[in-house]
Design a protein around this ligand. Structure first.
Ligand SMILES: *Cc1c(COP(=O)(O)O)cnc(C)c1O
Length: 419
């Protein structure tokens, strides 16, 4: 049999087995990482399609290679659907990932050495928002705003003060670990006061925004970047929205500025995801994510766990573990033993280093994709609290919770059609 016709199991049993084990891990564990989700069958089919085989450098109608007719169709479809979904003038669907989308936005809007103002990583920002170890902190003069010490929420007076101090060319709003609503209009007011451009990075909340469940950054910001694989539930990738005014600069920054050929199988899968996101089911899904987050936050608090800012308005929450004498890393590792997968996360003012942390960041997009609702959140919150409180001293707790988790996972299967 030729290489071209062998199945994966025939061609590479080693890799096939690893993938099979990963499928079982996904089926058998409760996934509460708020930046992850489960892509649909259609989305995954497209990422494994023949669309992977072509070089399409350039944009529809202006390609460097011949034979791009269907790639033009698919990219136009993806762009039109993104524009319709977010009511944007312009969409670029070629960025490979959220980080490259941000890089392209900076390339379009800034010169190296320019000043940016963004949210501190330790308060919920992202590495690409100017952190010293990241290109964004090396290439640009990065300054930061943080959360209010009293409320652990965005403090627009502080943002304004910092903006007047550092006079940034660009203000970045958006976060990776912020459980509250972001008021883009307040950011725009501040940007206008100091003559700055405004970029919203909605990597986490894109699904909520698309469903109209969170404020819409598009009319308020010059450029909006996002991933497609978090709440939006598409393939692992990203896109950029902008006003017409920024369209040309954004496109040139992505190609030829930053990337070569786009991953057209992923662009095609983004087209599918944008269509899925236009449906009423998707709107209802996003609202259920938020109801589930409310429910989970409520149980965790009843169980004596402290939440940063006292709750959540979106799909995630930050648990401050300092009163329980357990670190974020320890809690996340214990929970994993019990079949509950979360990530450790710094909390504002965290005294511990980033590989230890004093918090975890549970979220509900994945559980909600599986069809779980408030009653399951109640159960899961209680299991989490039990593991965090007693898991270290008592192995039977871990074993008991592990078997409850298995039962719950069996009742809410994913990818049943996969072998
Ligand atoms: C996840 C995330 C990104 C980066 O996305 P990658 O696809 O991992 O590069 C950028 N910004 C924010 C706010 C994010 O949460």
């Amino acid at each position: 049999m030729s290489i071209m016709t062998r199945t994966l199991a025939q061609a590479d049993p080693e890799v096939a087995e690893i993938i099979h084990n990963e499928l079982e891990r996904q089926q058998d564990t409760l996934m509460l990482i708020p930046s992850e989700n489960y892509a649909s069958r259609a989305t995954m089919a497209v990422t494994g399609s023949v669309m992977t085989n072509k070089y399409t450098e350039g944009y529809p109608g202006k390609r460097y290679y011949n034979g791009c007719m269907y790639y033009d169709e698919i990219e136009n479809l993806a762009r039109d659907r993104a524009k319709a979904l977010f009511r944007a003038d312009h969409a670029n669907v070629q960025p490979h990932t959220g980080s490259t989308a941000n890089m392209a936005a900076y390339f379009a809007m800034l010169e190296p050495g320019d000043t940016i103002l963004a949210m501190k990583l330790e308060h919920g920002g992202h590495l690409t928002h100017g952190h010293a170890v990241n290109f964004s902190g090396k290439l640009y003069d990065a300054h930061f705003y943080g959360l209010s010490e009293e409320t652990d929420q965005l403090d627009y007076d502080q943002v304004r003060e910092r903006a007047h101090e550092v006079k940034p060319k660009l203000i970045v709003c958006g976060a990776s670990a912020y459980p509250r609503v972001i008021d883009f209009r307040q950011f725009r007011e501040i940007a206008d006061e100091v003559g700055a451009l405004l970029l919203a990075d909605i990597a986490h909340i894109a699904g909520l925004v698309a469903a109209g469940a969170h404020p819409d950054p598009v009319p308020t910001c010059h450029v909006v970047t996002s991933t497609t694989h978090k709440t939006l539930r598409g393939p692992r990738s990203a896109f950029i929205l902008s006003t017409d005014e920024w369209a040309r600069e954004i496109d040139r920054a992505v190609f030829p500025g930053l990337q070569g050929g786009a991953l057209m199988h992923v662009v095609a899968a983004k087209a599918v995801a944008f269509k899925e996101a236009q449906s009423l089911f998707f709107r209802e899904y996003q609202r259920q994510i938020m109801r589930n987050a409310q429910a989970l936050a409520g149980v965790l608090q009843e169980e004596g766990l402290k939440l940063v800012s006292g709750g959540t308005d979106n799909h995630l929450m930050l648990v401050d573990l300092r009163n329980l004498e357990i670190t974020g890393r320890q809690a996340a590792d214990l929970l994993e033993e019990a079949g509950i997968v979360v990530n450790k996360n710094a909390i504002p003012g965290d005294p511990l280093p980033p590989n230890e942390t004093s918090g975890i960041r549970p979220g509900t997009p994945g559980l909600t994709t599986r069809g779980m609702q408030e009653p399951e959140m109640d159960q899961i919150g209680k299991m989490m609290a039990r593991v965090i409180r007693q898991g270290r001293e008592d192995d039977t707790v871990l074993a008991e919770v592990r078997s409850q988790v298995r039962e719950l996972c069996e009742a809410f299967p994913i990818y049943e059609y996969l072998p």
